[in-house]
Design a protein around this ligand. Sequence first.
Ligand SMILES: NC(=O)C1=CN([C@@H]2O[C@H](COP(=O)(O)OP(=O)(O)OC[C@H]3O[C@@H](n4cnc5c(N)ncnc54)[C@H](OP(=O)(O)O)[C@@H]3O)[C@@H](O)[C@H]2O)C=CC1
Ligand SMILES: O=C(O)CCC(=O)C(=O)O
Ligand SMILES: [Mg+2]
Length: 423
Amino acid sequence: MTQGEKITVENGQMNVPNQAIIPFIEGDGTGPDIWAAASRVLEAAVEKAYNGEKGIEWTEVLAGQKAYDKTGEWLPEETLETIRDYKIAIKGPLTTPIGGGIRSLNVALRQELDLFTCLRPVRHFSGVPSPVKRPEDVDMQIFRENTEDIYAGIEWQEGTEEVGKVIDFIRNEMGVDKIRFPETSGIGIKPVSKEGTERLVRSAIEYALNEGKQSVTLVHKGNIMKFTEGSFKAWGYDLAEREYGDKVFTWKEYDQITEEKGRDAADQAEKEAVDAGKIVVKDAIADIFLQQILTRPKEFDVVATMNLNGDYISDALAAQVGGIGIAPGANINYESGHAIFEATHGTAPKYAGQDKVNPSSVILSGTLMLDHLGWREASELIHKAMDKTIASKVVTYDFARLMDGAREVKCSEFADELIKNMD
Ligand SMILES: NC(=O)C1=CN([C@@H]2O[C@H](COP(=O)(O)OP(=O)(O)OC[C@H]3O[C@@H](n4cnc5c(N)ncnc54)[C@H](OP(=O)(O)O)[C@@H]3O)[C@@H](O)[C@H]2O)C=CC1
Ligand SMILES: O=C(O)CCC(=O)C(=O)O
Ligand SMILES: [Mg+2]
């Protein structure tokens, strides 16, 4: 086999060698089981799709508990440097303690590499058990802003000198008298910027145009958080109209037409725009959106939203199509070409070392990676094998407990089955 080479990006163009070196982070908890299974499936698919002409050379980079045990650092600089250098990486989940301790390494990776889009596609695989009647109606692409919002980690703990200073500033300098219990509050800050919004919404609209999608929905809680989530909506519409005016019809335009000429004229304008193949850019307030994705999922296509909304929405939608065991994700900077592919779920520590959990989320994150590299044939092989394996009711515990007549297999055995079913 020839030596692996680096993936490079020049003038926005990605060059992928036939033997591509790809860094991976194994992950904490169930990460080692899942990664062992997922890496074998990805290798087998590439080998089979290209008769050995293409291949992946994995190179391990450390993060999380394994990194701490070996180096004394949770996220060594060398890991960040290697991913920066090799452009593309894939990872298992990493643990974040609650309430104290280290901040999220998952979030740190996204922020350090400025991976501003978290893309989480949600669609149903035939035969996967679901709590809803028509899971096949769900086919959405969540574009979650990945660098801002409360995930910026700007917060101060109750009772500290720092929080005292911040509360004094807010009360005395800013004239705010609305902190209900100022003596015992922790304080968090939620930055949401125009630039951050625009690059995220741009990537969602570009995706919708390239993939022939019909709508982009901006999801926000702008009625309550007016200058963060409300501005997200306003900046999103402005960007859509300014940069994609001839390709989109926005609900902001709809409202303007309604005001000037009435609702019938606005309905007619929207219908004409849709008939002309334009994408409808609309918005929804986050609470009602969570109801509507359950009651009328067909109305939503590409979804663009802020960090916290996207976190909640992606787990809620994953449940509709079989759970987070099968929901993939990608963290992408569309400008620099850097990307890290990772599952939607976490480390599921109670199952660690049991070779039990579903590896599909990391495997399907791997198919997003293969698509990103332009190796679609390998990605399609995995999708077909997934359909076939699930149809034969050979599944891990999470699906087996919801399916009649299923044969429950281990994480590694599910990978074996996928590889067997690649034809
Ligand atoms: N990007 C990342 O790396 C993420 C990391 N985390 C971190 O993971 C840790 C644990 O978080 P927690 O909230 O418990 O969420 P987890 O996603 O780790 O687990 C919650 C539940 O989801 C189900 N689940 C998770 N993974 C799988 C899988 N591969 N196959 C089948 N079912 C699965 C299990 O359900 P059941 O009990 O019903 O079997 C599990 O108990 C935390 O430290 C958190 O911060 C969380 C999310 C993302
Ligand atoms: O970083 C974490 O621990 C949680 C991240 C998370 O929930 C997500 O990526 O969806
Ligand atoms: Mg999450």
